[in-house]
Write a protein that binds this ligand. Structure first.
Ligand SMILES: [Mg+2]
Length: 439
């Protein structure tokens, strides 16, 4: 019998990462990595639950929590089967079924973040019910069944459901071989851990050396501060990693279009592989202009790209070389898959945004599914890795030699340990009780 979702529990979970400047960049100077954490409680005898989260960076997480509370009644009382029988209709209903709540977006901002946490919790519940990790649940579906989970509203001018089915059909053969290859080799990653803006030279050098020992070959640096300082830090990183390894740069939206071009022309001597978020995440034509003027340096963006419509336009405008979709900003896995399919059609590699809390745990499923069932390709693809907060998860990511190993635990990977939840509940958990956040 299909479990019934009896109650949507939502918690405000925050980690005091700003105390060490972990995650610091030019736009986000002192983040406290946080999760709006959703648990779907069911009536199942085995106590199965669905866990999902969306990511914020501290203050305002309570707004996201309130948005989940406003949406909860659309999930409570439903059986899992009533959702999975028509996942596409469920997605449309949660994101647009309540027109008053939809007004808060539509399909962007806090209300969409809240939907993401809830939708991902449903996928987690479904995958746990099937006894499979999410990447496997997706990869095993027939093209028609998978496409039935998706909502193509507003993107059919770029990709129809029929085209999506055809794309997936093309990659049906070879799926087992690619899965076996992944199990043997893992999925290639890159590390951002050494490149945070707030770290001293000594700390950067130490982290670089550790990362090299661990087998990383691809590194990312934060830029967008003082340009001379950015160059100085790039020189340190190049000095540590050598000329042959890959260095990416991430400006976290700090520049205007012309400024991005001028600054990257200075940073070009350090041979950057891509510039990430060079300007406003909403500026599709600006990204296209930067890309045109900076080639062959690639342009990457997506962690603040809030829905499939924006990605469609980024692809149509030839604005980016790498698609950095975010598992917790798009409206959950359903919308992520639409973007993965759009990217495949336009030939843009998907390199999901990692880091935060739980994002790497999510994105490993997306990239492995992409490789096995959609693109069938690793060319240009790297999965971001950031070495923070994994210890709080029941099944954290496993990395070996700069590669993600295939996760086998059932679900979508973001189930947190109950002790970690209790410790970091805001504001009453022990992590916050005695040391309130800096303003
Ligand atoms: Mg970034």
């Amino acid at each position: 019998m299909s479990p019934t979702i009896q109650r949507v529990d939502v918690q405000d979970i925050r980690f005091p990462t700003s105390r060490e400047l972990d995650g610091s960049d030019a736009m986000n100077a002192a983040p406290d990595y946080s999760a709006t954490y959703v648990i779907l409680h069911t009536d199942a005898d085995d106590g199965i639950e669905g866990h999902g989260l969306t990511f914020t960076i501290g203050r305002g997480n309570e707004v996201c929590v309130a948005a989940v509370q406003s949406l909860a009644s659309r999930l409570e009382g439903r059986t899992l089967a009533s959702i999975t029988d028509d996942m596409g209709a469920f997605w449309r209903d949660l994101t647009s079924g309540d027109s008053q709540l939809r007004w808060l977006g539509p399909e962007k901002g806090v209300i969409h973040l809240a939907c993401s946490a809830m939708i991902n919790a449903v996928w987690d519940l479904w995958a746990k019910q099937e006894g499979k990790p999410v990447w496997k649940l997706l990869a095993d579906m027939s093209p028609a069944a998978l496409v039935a989970c998706l909502d193509f509203r507003f993107v059919t001018d770029a990709l129809t459901p029929e085209e999506a089915i055809a794309l997936l059909e093309e990659k049906q053969s070879g799926k087992a071989d690619r899965e076996a290859w992944l199990r043997e080799h893992g999925y290639p990653g890159y590390t951002t851990s050494a490149g945070w803006l707030g770290y001293s030279e000594e700390k950067m050098r130490k982290l670089c050396r550790e990362a090299l020992t661990e087998g990383w070959g691809h590194f990312k640096q934060k830029v967008g501060g003082d340009i001379d300082e950015d160059c100085r830090r790039a020189a340190i990183l190049r000095d540590e990693i050598g000329a042959e390894r890959t260095l990416m740069m991430d400006a976290n939206q700090m520049w205007d279009v012309d400024e991005a071009v001028t600054n990257m022309e200075k940073l070009a001597e350090f041979d950057p592989h891509w510039i990430e978020e060079p300007t406003s995440p909403d500026d599709i034509l600006g990204h296209a202009e930067i890309r045109r003027r900076l080639a062959p340096i690639g342009v990457a963006t997506g962690e603040h790209c809030h829905n499939r419509v924006m990605f469609k336009q980024l692809f149509q405008a030839g604005a980016i070389d790498y698609c950095q979709l975010d598992a917790a900003r798009l409206g959950g896995l359903n919308e992520v898959i639409v973007v993965v399919l759009l990217a495949a059609k336009y030939g843009i590699p998907v390199c999901p945004h990692g880091g935060g809390v739980g994002l790497c745990e999510y994105t490993q499923h997306i990239s492995m599914f992409d490789y096995i069932a959609v693109s069938g390709d690793l060319e240009g693809r790297l999965l971001e890795y950031v070495d923070h907060l994994h210890e709080h998860f029941v099944d954290p990511v496993t990395i070996r030699n700069g590669r993600y190993l295939v996760p086998d635990a059932p679900g979508y990977g973001v189930t947190m340990k109950s002790a970690s939840l209790a410790e970091h509940r805001f504001p009453e958990g022990p992590a916050w009780r005695d040391a309130p956040p800096a303003s």
